[in-house]
Design a protein around this ligand. Structure first.
Ligand SMILES: Cc1cc2nc3c(=O)[nH]c(=O)nc-3n(C[C@H](O)[C@H](O)[C@H](O)COP(=O)(O)OP(=O)(O)OC[C@H]3O[C@@H](n4cnc5c(N)ncnc54)[C@H](O)[C@@H]3O)c2cc1C
Length: 379
């Protein structure tokens, strides 16, 4: 067993950490409601939008493990987790399915722009009645001429208000269940595609989100990803990328949070001593460290297995579960240690709580991860 990063991986981490600390200076440190095109282009210049995409399409060509280390540096360096989430969702749930299942023409057409920051990608799978039970989705696609007509509503599309390209999952054969779902690339300008009003949410607030309505959109057959009926497989694979690599951003966030919390506990004095000298506070911080390191190693192991093309199903579910639940608990612990300063937003602590809360819901809830683990255990 070998626990060291290579020199190249360490250099990559340091480069991204430093560059992502500066992204928000592209405009101003005051975060706008959503991230801006300037922020997006800064992510592209650092290489964050194409980390795991082949170099011939403008990406960096990293495997899942190296990609996750880069995403960790991004989450540690950039205080806007909404931007980190948007860039990672773009990469793992739109660009990667395209890179892995798209035709040569589709890859040539879209990937260079998606890596270069000229395009924004989104994944449109969830529907009002199909959340965890994603394969109950009702959006329909039927053949017509040399293409398909798509009809349905997707209820939760991150990046949707700004996206140029949507990866839409639709049912091509209602009788075939899991095998009756197909993936399509839908361009923003497609007639019949209506972008809904954006809505507010608790955390990751700079990620824009909306519904989209597909009102009999004609999608040429060459915009189909993979074969007809391969949609569920494509979706599952994209979720593996997302659950494995996107969550590295929360490892990065926890690292930053821990450093800040230690420093606060050393500086803040009550009853004549720094609060960090009180055993109850010091032990709370020790537990934060334990959760972070446990989650980190589950994540590295999952990404390593995934990079090695080994079966990573259980490892990825364990990692997603551990990282997301640790991110929430560590954020709550940091808030408690900061006291009122945390609640009022000092050092971004209350924002970290809000940004962590959705992590046990998106990319498959904690309950679904436990279901996967239990199934893998033969239960
Ligand atoms: C910040 C954020 C970003 C998102 N971005 C996107 C996006 O870009 N594209 C997209 O398509 N979707 C996106 N989603 C939607 C996301 O995929 C769903 O929220 C998720 O799949 C859960 O579905 P749901 O919210 O409908 O909850 P439900 O499925 O209704 O679940 C409600 C509760 O029931 C539990 N539950 C459900 N089924 C079971 C079961 N079998 N056993 C035990 N418990 C169960 C769940 O764990 C949960 O606690 C996003 C969500 C969030 C919060």
């Amino acid at each position: 067993m070998h626990f060291a990063w290579t020199q190249e991986q360490n250099q990559l981490y340091q480069r991204i950490l430093q560059a992502s600390q500066e992204i928000l200076h592209e405009e101003s440190k005051d975060l706008p409601r959503w991230w801006t095109r300037a922020h997006w282009e800064a992510c592209a210049r650092i290489g964050l939008l194409g980390l795991s995409i082949a170099e011939r399409y403008g990406g960096q060509g990293y495997d899942a493990l190296t990609t996750s280390y880069a995403v960790e540096a991004f989450g540690r360096g950039c205080v806007d987790m909404g931007l980190v989430f948007s860039a990672s969702a773009h990469l793992f749930s739109c660009c990667m399915p395209l890179a892995e299942y798209g035709s040569a023409d589709l890859k040539e057409r879209w990937l260079p722009g998606l890596c270069a920051g000229s395009y924004i990608g989104a994944n449109a799978s969830t529907e009002k009645e199909a959340g965890s039970d994603i394969f109950a989705l009702k959006t329909q696609a039927w053949r017509e001429a040399n293409g398909y007509i798509l009809r349905g509503v997707k209820s939760y599309v991150s990046n949707g208000p700004l996206a140029d390209l949507f990866l839409v999952y639709a049912r091509t054969n209602p009788a075939h269940g899991y095998l009756g779902i197909t993936a399509f690339l839908v361009e923003r300008e497609t007639p019949g595609l209506l972008i809904g009003e954006s809505f507010e949410k608790l955390g990751l607030t700079s990620t824009p989100v909306c519904q989209i309505l597909l009102d009999e959109c004609y999608i040429p057959v060459h915009n189909r990803l993979g074969q007809e009926g391969q949609g569920a497989l494509i979706f599952k694979r994209s979720m593996q990328w997302e659950r494995a690599c996107l969550f590295a951003a929360y490892v990065g966030q926890m690292e930053r949070q821990l450093e800040q919390t230690i420093s606060y506990a050393q500086k803040r004095s009550q009853f004549g001593t720094p609060i960090g000298k009180k055993q109850v506070i010091a032990h709370r911080i020790a537990n934060m460290k334990l959760r972070l390191e446990s989650a980190r190693f589950l994540l590295y192991h999952a990404c390593w297995l995934f990079s090695q093309q080994k079966d990573a199903t259980q490892a990825i579910a364990l990692s997603k579960l551990a990282v997301s639940e640790a991110a929430i608990q560590n954020s709550l612990d940091a808030l408690q240690i900061y006291g009122s300063a945390g609640v009022s937003g000092e050092d971004g602590i209350e924002r970290m709580v809000r940004d962590a809360l959705p992590a046990t819901i998106f990319s498959g809830t904690s309950e679904i991860q436990r279901e996967i683990i239990a199934k893998e255990l033969g239960l």
